[in-house]
Design a protein around this ligand. Structure first.
Ligand code: NAP
Length: 279
């Protein structure tokens, strides 16, 4: 079964829009998301466009602060701090990566914990790792929603996550563990990667290597979630060799239209939740 995140995301956004309509009918304002983008990286521009569109469909007010690539750290921090002080802003997203001369951690620190809809701040990461509720990073949250949508049994399953980034692999491993999967996290120094991946009932790949995972890494009947986004000759592809693996997996996600739209739907959910928390 090929699972299109784009279809699941549509339903999530429709649910959010209905909820927000209800709040507006009760005389309340709409939730508000503001995005800070530095520079003109084409991938970032395209992600921001996706977030803007999704906000429109979901009934969330959206504003983009598009800053020049050569902005200095202080101006960036002052800009974020000013957005953060605005009580009508529920969620702030700093589009990453930043240009090399800027300090990501210091910039993120200007976003208050309650408005951290990406779930990337220290407190919110800590909440995930001690099992307290809080905004979860959008991509792992989207992957979990996909697994649940497909009614994949997570408890007791052998899950292998390839990639250990702060953004995807590491939080995802913790979220799978919290649902009682037996989780193995692999990375660039892992020995026998093929053998370990082949043991997975649920194989999640987030490495950023185009089509690296072919059928030699996949057990027959496994659920394969491809988080990777790579560009070859202007075309998008995942970390999984989709054509090679699709007949072997019981469930597989495509790239594009797979995890990407779920990441954005999770951002909409986190923004709505931040707004509701304030209400
Ligand atoms: P990242 O920070 O670069 O981390 C990549 C991870 O993959 C690292 O842990 C690295 O291991 C591991 N790795 C790299 N090469 C490997 C190899 N040959 N074998 C095994 N492991 C290997 O990347 P990221 O931010 O997690 O993103 C991963 C991919 O997902 C990228 O393609 C990115 O564009 C995509 N992505 C998609 C979405 C979405 O919404 N669809 C969201 C975020 C990211 P080490 O730790 O040992 O270096």
């Amino acid at each position: 079964m090929i699972v299109y995140g784009s279809e699941i995301a549509k339903d999530i956004k429709a649910e959010i829009a209905a909820k927000i309509d209800g709040y507006v009918k009760d005389g309340k304002r709409r939730p508000r998301l503001e995005v800070v983008l530095v520079g003109d990286d084409p991938a970032s521009l395209s992600y921001v466009k996706g977030k803007s569109k999704a906000s429109e469909v979901s009934g969330i007010d959206f504003k983009l602060h598009h800053l020049a690539a050569d902005i200095d750290q202080k101006t960036l921090e002052d800009t974020i701090a000013a957005i953060d002080r605005d009580a009508t802003v529920d969620g702030i997203l700093l589009q990453l990566p930043l240009p090399k001369h800027l300090n990501e951690k210091a910039a993120l620190a200007m976003i208050s914990d309650a408005k951290d809809v990406d779930g990337l701040k220290l407190l919110n990461k800590g909440k995930l790792f001690i099992g307290e509720s809080g905004p979860r990073p959008c991509t792992p949250k989207g992957v979990m929603a996909m697994l649940d949508h497909c009614q994949v049994t997570i408890e007791g399953a052998r899950a292998v996550v390839i990639g250990r980034s702060q953004l995807v692999g590491l939080p995802l491993a913790k979220m799978l563990l919290d649902r009682n999967a037996t989780v193995t996290v692999c990375h660039s120094k892992t020995r026998d990667l093929q053998k370990i991946a082949k043991e997975a009932d649920i194989l999640i790949v987030a490495i950023g290597r185009a089509k690296m995972i072919d059928r030699s890494f996949v057990k027959a009947g496994a659920v394969v979630i491809d988080v990777g986004v790579n560009r070859i000759d202007g075309h998008l592809c995942g970390d999984v060799d989709f054509e090679d693996v699709k007949d072997l997996a019981s469930i597989i996600t495509p790239v594009p239209k797979g995890v990407g739209p779920m990441t954005i739907a999770s951002l909409m959910q986190n923004t709505l939740e931040a707004y509701e928390e304030k209400l």
